[in-house]
Design a protein around this ligand. Structure first.
Ligand SMILES: Nc1ncnc2c1ncn2[C@@H]1O[C@H](COP(=O)(O)OP(=O)(O)OP(=O)(O)O)[C@@H](O)[C@H]1O
Ligand SMILES: [Mg+2]
Length: 355
């Protein structure tokens, strides 16, 4: 499997704010890669470096074997980008914006097609029409008149309809209603099936769980976890509740056991219960240590057992919560965005990429 995006040891500071502090990211060609992390952890900054909108202080970033800063023009032909806060040209209609991106992604060429034989940029007219219908978008309205969700749809249709190799989606569904979220998810799967590579930054965990083959979790500008969802599940804890007919010998000293609670049921009500149960234990266990715990429970005589597999949400929240201080304060950089111009490309392209 070849690598579509490769970021190593990336650093970027804005004044005293270290937005990226040695960030690593590997996205394989053809996968949907989730890019997660608390607010202000550096996801959008990484993406802006990858798009050539921002220059890193140090470290390496490559996409499709190109340097995003020096090969930006060629790269933008092969990469489509959807931010979470799409702004459109005020006087262009949604359809015109979609076609403009189509031409960008087709090296400036236009293609004739559609019912009226009109120009559709570099887009496949059937695919363009299909997406407009599925996202229930009116492409004739002017940019200034669209609602937030509809602006997102314009950018999504433009991206999904484009003939590109990589889709970079930075919280792309913010503002979409649940039905449109469904449409989005189906489109992402189709794109993956067509062999596209997708980097998806999202705070919607269900979306990530549904769509992503692998994820990278970042915190304070560094990657703290990376792997397939199955791999990450192994890092989590399983909850176990069991009723035992004997004492829970040695459970407390087993490696990987956390928050063990033993409830003695003997002597309550009418002494030993007719089913012979003497105690109930509850514990959390590192999932890779589950076997030893189950053996120990069996030795004590199991009458009933419930085991709840870890959810991804628990894993993510654990990573997110490591930023929370004892007083409940979040130890992340305050979002002090400023002076974007100083770090942007001279052609102001970031303004028109509907940021
Ligand atoms: N142009 C800028 N000028 C100054 N600081 C910036 C700028 N852009 C980003 N930052 C800072 O860099 C850090 C990382 O921001 P970034 O937007 O990359 O986070 P994020 O992970 O995308 O967060 P969110 O989940 O809220 O979108 C934050 O502290 C932010 O305030
Ligand atoms: Mg962001």
């Amino acid at each position: 499997m070849t690598t579509a995006i490769s970021v190593a040891g990336l650093h970027k500071s804005f004044g005293k704010t270290h937005a990226l502090d040695g960030l690593d990211l590997e996205v394989e060609a053809g996968e949907v890669h989730g890019f997660l992390g608390p607010n202000g952890s550096g996801k959008s900054t990484t993406i802006r470096v990858l798009l050539g909108l921002l220059r890193a202080d140090s470290g390496a970033a490559r996409m499709l074997d190109m340097d995003p800063w020096t090969d930006a023009v060629e790269l933008h032909r092969r990469v489509a980008y959807v931010p979470g806060d799409v702004t459109l040209w005020r006087n262009l209609s949604g359809g015109e914006v979609i076609d403009l991106y189509g031409r960008l992604h087709n090296g400036g060429r236009t293609r004739r097609g559609g019912k009226d034989g009109g120009r559709t940029g570099g887009l496949d007219p059937a695919r363009r029409a299909d997406l407009i219908e599925r996202f229930e978008l009116d492409p004739t309205k002017k940019g200034r008149t669209y609602s937030k969700g509809n602006r997102q749809k314009v950018a999504l249709v433009a991206a999904f309809a484009s003939d590109v190799d990589v889709l970079i989606l930075d919280e792309p569904t913010s503002g979409l209603d649940p039905l449109m979220e469904e449409v989005f998810q189906r489109c992402v799967r189709e794109e993956r099936d067509r062999g596209r590579t997708i980097l998806l930054s999202s705070h919607i965990l269900s979306e990530v769980e549904e769509l992503c083959d692998r994820v990278s979790i970042i915190r304070k500008g560094r990657t703290v976890e990376s792997g397939s969802l199955a791999d990450l599940r192994h890092l989590t804890r399983t909850s176990v509740t069991a009723e035992l007919t004997g004492p829970p010998n040695g459970l407390a000293s087993l490696p990987g056991v956390h928050e063990l609670e033993v409830q003695d049921l003997e002597g309550q009500d009418a002494g030993v219960r007719p089913d012979g149960v003497r105690c109930r234990v509850r514990l959390h266990v590192d999932t890779d240590k589950l076997n030893a715990v189950l053996r120990s429970l069996t030795d004590s005589g199991v009458r009933s057992l419930t085991s709840t597999p870890p959810t991804l949400e628990e894993l993510f929240l654990r990573h997110y919560q490591e930023d929370v201080q004892p007083d409940g304060r979040r130890d992340v950089q305050a979002d002090g965005r400023r002076d974007v111009q100083a770090d942007s490309r001279a052609d102001g392209s970031e303004e028109t990429v509907a940021r």
